[in-house]
Design a protein around this ligand. Structure first.
Ligand code: ADP
Ligand code: MG
Length: 696
């Protein structure tokens, strides 16, 4: 197909836009930009103020500056001198400056005397002279071009390989110019006035090419609000559907619950009692429960979930317990079996590691309703396991599940109740944003008598001392976890494999102790046997890959030694640490690190040694990884944030949430003609994941 000269519209594919060839179109597509509209709603990374270029004479070492000058000399590094930077000498009206780049050899082909550059970078001193180091640069041609790339607030976009900044900016300029005015307003007038927001077409224009800082700020505010609103609207619609749906009223006498409680060696904490009451009430009510149970590692979520499971079962229904991985599912299976089987409740595991015949047999018993409690991974939903009377679904470690999967779950069984558990404590406003389709219960109290875990970071040189300490702990009756990031030696990474290490520890370091090895490739029976032996105290030192990340519960274990701690994520480290400190003994988490740590790894380790507070850990994790990765929004099915910053824009996002609730309360499926544009925007943003009732 060829390009036409007809003016493009919002839905025109970019490859049909004049000046966009097939190669450029595919580069744009790699950035997720297919249509003109996609491109218009891209948010620049930042803007450079090129109205106020810093004259070379006014450059200050240590500060970042934007400046412009003509190249008067080019000095490539001499051949073979990789440590010498590539430098160019520039002149402006005030004087001269040097710009330098390391490792940018191709610059020699690009930068020529006589070109005018705009530079943005940090100023340093080198041998007494002022040097702009490693700047972003653009070659500016004189003429019309200058209006766009200089002398104004200039947008800087994130780039894909092969897509030059100037080309992208020029394209954006043309698109905004040709189609910016076509962007339709989506907000109801009342909302726009109440929140003092600029119009959408204006916001789109100013987000790219603002005349002033104030215009830019207003544009960002508007786009942020819209993102928040569209997210919250979708969530509010999901929520309102749940509360309007007919659900199961499961309100049995509570004999099973009473028997489980009577058999526990301790009383529930106040927080557990409160949360259990919230769940019990939800289950008893004739609409579907849709609740998030949030609690730090070790806060005792499992027993609360077990109470809910027993309630569903006593009411004559089945319960499904799901975890994101096979290993976690196996661990839950062990725990639930221990809690429920003494009460005569049958529990089964549906794992993909089972032989097909065994699996089919178990599925049949589930479908026949002979098994009350089924544990598995979310494959339980995807593979269409049939239940006879599914009443409750418990999902653990929710942040790896998505809105979409939750919706699909709810579609299972007839209006089954849903309880989602997560050990990722997140600030409340964020919880409302990300888990906006769920009610939230929080376990904010640890069982009594827990002592804070002592966490230390140690380098390889301390290994012998650490071993001595471990021996002393075992001599005092305790048990030890040693965790490795990998199962087998990888050729690229200099990691000691858990297998080798277990042998080494067992034969050479602790010849008098029993060392066990647990890794992901073992079958369920083998893993179970090893865990049972560890629980029984027969194994003193349990060497493991991260399979024990979540769910293992051996109160007698007092030391968690993490090898190559720098390779683990922060929440993973916190989970691992949560395996100890479950008994009455002082417990330790030793983070063994190898070699020089990168900045992020260092911050993770520092956070671990600074605090035991999962809430604080989660905040640091969020800062380090950014919301997208932290919440896994990509896989969660939620619309992504482009303009909004979940950490910075919380109050604006709260406003958006309030408006969304108001709109949905009056018009649950956005059927009102006044909401037509909003509805279209909503459907587009959720990309089909939010089937709205068709308008009447
Ligand atoms: P979570 O899943 O929230 O990380 P668990 O459910 O595994 O925590 O519970 C952690 C440990 O605390 C387990 O050993 C559990 O038996 C114990 N526990 C739970 N609730 C209480 C309580 N109220 N009092 C004492 N110990 C408790
Ligand atoms: Mg748990």
């Amino acid at each position: 197909m060829t390009q036409t000269d007809a003016p493009p519209g919002l839905q025109t594919p970019l490859r049909f836009v004049k000046g966009v060839g097939p190669q450029r179109a595919s580069q744009l597509e790699r950035k997720g930009l297919r249509t003109v509209e996609d491109a218009l709603f891209v948010v620049p990374l930042r803007h450079e103020d090129r109205t106020r270029l810093t004259p070379f004479r006014a450059l200050v070492p240590g500060q970042a500056a934007t400046c412009s000058g003509v190249i008067v000399g080019v000095s490539p590094p001499p051949p073979g001198r990789a440590r010498v930077p590539f430098t160019v000498m520039l002149r402006d009206q005030s004087g001269y400056a040097t710009a330098s780049w390391f490792g940018w050899r191709y610059l020699a082909r690009v930068l020529k005397r006589g070109q005018r550059l705009v530079l943005h970078g940090r100023v340093g001193r080198y041998k007494g002279a002022m040097v702009i180091q490693q700047p972003d640069y653009e070659i500016v041609e004189s003429g019309e071009d200058e209006r766009l790339h200089t002398g104004r607030l200039v947008p800087v976009y994130s780039l894909t390989e092969g897509l030059p900044q100037r080309a992208l900016r020029t394209l954006m300029w043309r698109l905004v110019d040709a189609c910016g005015a076509e962007v339709q307003e989506v907000l109801p007038e009342g909302v726009r006035a109440r929140r003092s927001l600029v119009g959408l077409a204006q916001a789109v224009r100013d987000a790219h090419f603002p005349e002033t800082d104030a215009a830019l700020a207003a544009a960002r505010r508007r786009l942020t609000f819209d993102e928040g609103l569209l997210l919250q609207l979708g969530l509010a619609i999901l929520r309102s559907r749940v509360s309007r749906a007919r659900g199961l009223a499961m309100n049995p006498r509570g004999d099973l619950v009473a028997r489980l409680r009577a058999g526990l060696p301790w009383k529930l904490t106040g927080a557990q009692e409160r949360v259990w009451e919230e769940i019990r009430r939800d289950m008893a009510a004739p609409y579907p429960m849709h609740r998030l149970l949030q609690g730090d590692v070790g806060s005792g979520k499992t027993v609360v979930a077990a109470l809910a499971v027993l309630t569903a079962i006593e009411a004559g229904h089945q319960a499904a317990v799901m975890a994101p991985t096979e290993i976690l599912a196996e661990q839950h299976f062990m725990t639930f079996r221990q809690l429920l089987e003494p009460l005569g409740v049958r529990v089964t595991l549906l794992a993909s590691s089972l032989k097909p015949r065994e699996r089919a047999a178990r599925r049949a018993t589930v479908a026949a309703g002979e098994i009350a409690c089924v544990v598995g991974t979310h494959a339980l939903v995807q593979e269409g396991v049939e239940f006879r009377r599914l009443g409750l679904v418990v999902v653990d470690e929710q942040h790896r599940f998505g809105v979409e999967q939750r919706a699909r779950l709810r579609g299972k069984g007839e209006h089954a109740d849903l309880l989602v558990m997560t050990a990722t404590p997140i600030p409340r406003t964020l919880a409302l944003t990300i888990y906006g389709d769920l009610d939230v219960s929080i376990l904010d109290e640890l069982p009594p008598g827990r002592r804070p875990i002592v966490t230390v970071a140690r380098a390889e040189a301390k290994r012998r001392e650490i071993y001595k300490f471990l021996k002393a702990e075992v001599a005092a009756g305790r048990q030890i976890y040693v965790v490795y990031p990998l199962v087998e030696e990888s050729e690229a990474l200099d990691l000691k494999a858990a297998t080798d290490m277990a042998r080494h520890l067992g034969e050479e370091v602790f010849p008098d102790l029993t060392v066990g090895l647990l890794h992901g490739r073992l079958g369920f029976e083998e893993k179970d046997a090893i865990m049972q032996r560890f629980k029984a105290g027969e194994i003193h030192v349990l060497v493991s890959t991260t399979v024990i990340e979540v769910g293992i519960d051996v109160p007698n274990a007092s030391v968690m030694l993490v090898e190559h701690a720098e390779r683990f994520g922060l929440s993973q480290l916190h989970q691992l640490r949560g395996r100890v400190g479950r008994g009455e003994w002082r417990s330790y988490c030793i983070l063994l690190t190898a070699g020089h740590l990168g900045e992020e790894a260092q911050r993770r380790i520092d956070a671990m040694t600074a605090t035991n507070d999962g809430f604080r850990i989660a905040e640091v994790d969020l800062e380090l990884r950014g919301p997208g990765e932290f919440f896994g929004t990509r896989q969660s099915g939620l619309p992504e944030f482009r303009a909004a910053d979940l950490l910075r824009d919380t109050s604006l996002l709260e406003d958006a949430r309030r408006e969304a609730s108001g709109i949905v309360a009056r018009d649950p499926e956005l059927a009102d003609p006044a909401h037509r544009a909003l509805r279209a925007a909503l459907l587009a943003r959720w990309r089909g994941k939010l089937a709205l009732a068709t308008a009447g």
